[in-house]
Design a protein. Structure first.
Lengths: 179, 385
């Protein structure tokens, strides 16, 4: 079973990203379960989404304690508390303009910074970073076809459909070019 | 899955809304509250899009919502509402009222911690503390079960003449998006025929409800409620069997998972049942003959069926995601009462597991089974982590 955590701030689209990833895996024939935990979250406060993917129906109804991959929408959220659910094998994508070295003090983690904001702006998406980050995350996961992800983004984006897809593709390419 | 199956990714709450849409209620008084609100939002969306014909009422509180449910139901209308936690607690007075009037209202409650302190986490104290109001209570583990049980609840409520509350846990079910098979409208129409209600508010009939009565009549009303409650177990069995014939998904008052030769049973309700299945499989791999007894029907408590399921099993662990101060876990308390005096009752351990929504992964359940399966039982509940 693949277990993924997504962390963002209320309003950034972390929950939506979890749903879109779930749809993409589901359309590739997997069973999925994604849930948000937000309590009294408001815009700007930390929210998280969990995603499980498996070939069998998913029965677990509990938190993910150790994630295989993480997507973090805001580098100020990438702290010890969040990283307790990661290990040295966990692939972590973080929305940040900082270099990979800037995160080395956090410990032995595979952290991939992606400039989601820059990609969003390049593609006329303003500050909406989730489609760009999803593209990069698909590349890091290496278990999902970017074309599947783009189809889901195209079908789900309420506005700027083509721009959202372009941002996903650029996020995907940016990770591939740097790795 | 055949080609005509409509399988969609739905959250537990949206699955409930689908169940409601298919059940075609006439009236739905609703008031929003986290984490129930997506049920209200989806029903509102269905109505706006013309996919659902229902009179939606949005009164100023849950107390008024349940008042509206009661009066609408007594006219003979099919009625649905949904709430959670503080909202359910605010309805408390009207829950007694509706049950006493034998109004077959169906309500969905999303289990959430009651204040104070303020929280939004999965814990079943909100609905369990309504256990004496006269509502049937069913607990669901998944989005699919929540959809199916919502439809079944109307059949149970209307055939027996009692209100039915269905519950699922906050976030782990309410906000968990997963594949759900949606039945067809014709399947549900066949399953839920409109029944004539001889007693109803109708100006042509001139009957009334809730008039002041003497002691003996109040006493008789409770005896009649007791007789109705006695019919619920069979109604839940029938609702599950008939549903299975239509949709090929089996439900009953209890579910037995790998119980046949079990030497230790985990007994729980709601979302923790799913995690417990994984724990049971892992324990079996280790050579421990564990099983899960899932309590789906909590009120009326299926006492004889519970006794039968637990007879001769050496040990059972009750996992309660709730805490009754001064007593312990409520399912543990109820099971002790049900098993009282039984010669071959198991050693019963009451574990307060996941109270307040604390995470309960399968490894913890496995550890508790290992720790307690040989231990002497104590009457008190045990806080576990």
């Amino acid at each position: 079973m693949l277990e993924v955590l997504i962390l963002g701030r209320g309003g950034q689209g972390a929950q939506t990203a979890g749903n879109l990833l779930a749809q993409a895996f589901y359309s590739d024939g997997f069973y999925v379960q994604t849930f948000a935990t937000y309590g009294g979250a408001r815009r700007g406060t930390p929210v998280s989404a969990s995603l499980r993917v498996d070939a069998e129906p998913i029965r677990l109804r509990c938190d993910i304690e150790q994630a295989a991959a993480m997507l973090c929408f805001d580098d100020s959220l990438l702290d010890e508390n969040f990283l307790r659910r990661a290990n040295s094998e966990t692939r972590i994508v973080v929305n940040s303009r900082q270099s990979r070295e800037a995160f080395s003090s956090l410990g032995d983690y595979q952290i991939v910074p992606i400039d989601g904001l820059g990609i969003a702006r390049n593609n006329d998406m303003g500050t909406v970073v989730n489609s760009a980050l999803l593209g990069a995350f698909v590349a890091v996961l290496d278990q999902l076809d970017i074309e599947t992800m783009c189809r889901v983004v195209l079908a789900s984006a309420p506005v700027k459909k083509e721009q959202n897809v372009a941002a996903s593709r650029e996020g995907f390419r940016q990770f591939q070019m740097t790795h | 899955m055949n080609d005509t199956t409509n399988r969609q990714l739905l959250s537990g709450n949206h699955a409930v809304a689908w169940g409601v849409k298919l059940a075609r209620p006439d009236v739905a008084p609703l008031y929003p509250i986290t984490p129930q609100t997506p049920i209200l939002e989806k029903i509102t969306e269905f109505q706006l899009q013309g996919e659902m014909e229902v009179e939606l009422l949005t009164p100023e509180s849950e107390h008024s919502a349940m008042s509206a449910c009661l009066s609408a139901s007594l006219t003979g209308a099919r009625v649905f509402t949904a709430t959670s936690s503080q909202g359910l607690l605010l309805m408390h007075e009207l829950l007694h009222y509706a049950a006493g009037a034998r109004a077959p209202i169906v309500m969905f409650n999303v289990n959430r911690t009651p204040a104070s302190p303020w929280g939004f986490w999965p814990d079943q104290l909100d609905s369990l503390s309504q256990r004496d109001t006269g509502w049937v209570q069913l607990y669901s583990e998944s989005a699919q079960e929540s959809l199916d049980t919502t439809v079944q609840a109307f059949r149970i409520a209307e055939s027996v003449g009692v209100p039915v509350m269905i519950c699922h846990d906050a976030f782990y079910v309410s906000h968990a998006v997963e594949p759900v098979d949606i039945p067809t409208a014709s399947q549900v129409d066949e399953y839920l025929p409109r029944l004539e209600r001889p007693l109803r508010l109708d100006t042509a009939l001139g009957q009334s409800f809730g008039a002041p009565i003497d002691q003996a009549t109040w006493n008789r009303s409770r005896r009649e409620m007791a007789a109705a409650m006695d019919k619920v177990y069979a109604a839940v069995v029938e609702a599950g069997t008939t549903w299975n014939a239509l949709c090929d998904r089996q439900y009953g008052p209890l579910e037995h998972y790998r119980c046949d030769d079990a030497q230790v049973l985990i007994v729980t309700m709601g979302s923790m049942s799913g995690t417990a299945r994984v724990a049971v499989d892992a324990l079996r791999e280790e050579g421990i003959a564990a099983g899960l007894l899932k309590v789906r029907l909590f009120r009326p408590l299926p006492g004889p069926a519970l006794c039968e399921a637990l007879a001769g099993v050496p040990c059972a662990l009750v996992l309660d995601r709730n805490y009754s101060p001064g007593m312990g876990g409520i399912l543990h308390q109820e099971l002790k009462a049900a098993l009282y005096g039984m010669a071959d009752a198991p050693r019963l351990h009451g574990l307060l597991a996941g109270v307040g929504g604390v995470n309960v992964p399968p490894g913890k359940i496995q550890q508790w089974v290992t720790d307690y399966r040989e231990a002497e039982a104590v009457p008190e509940a045990i806080w576990v982590e």
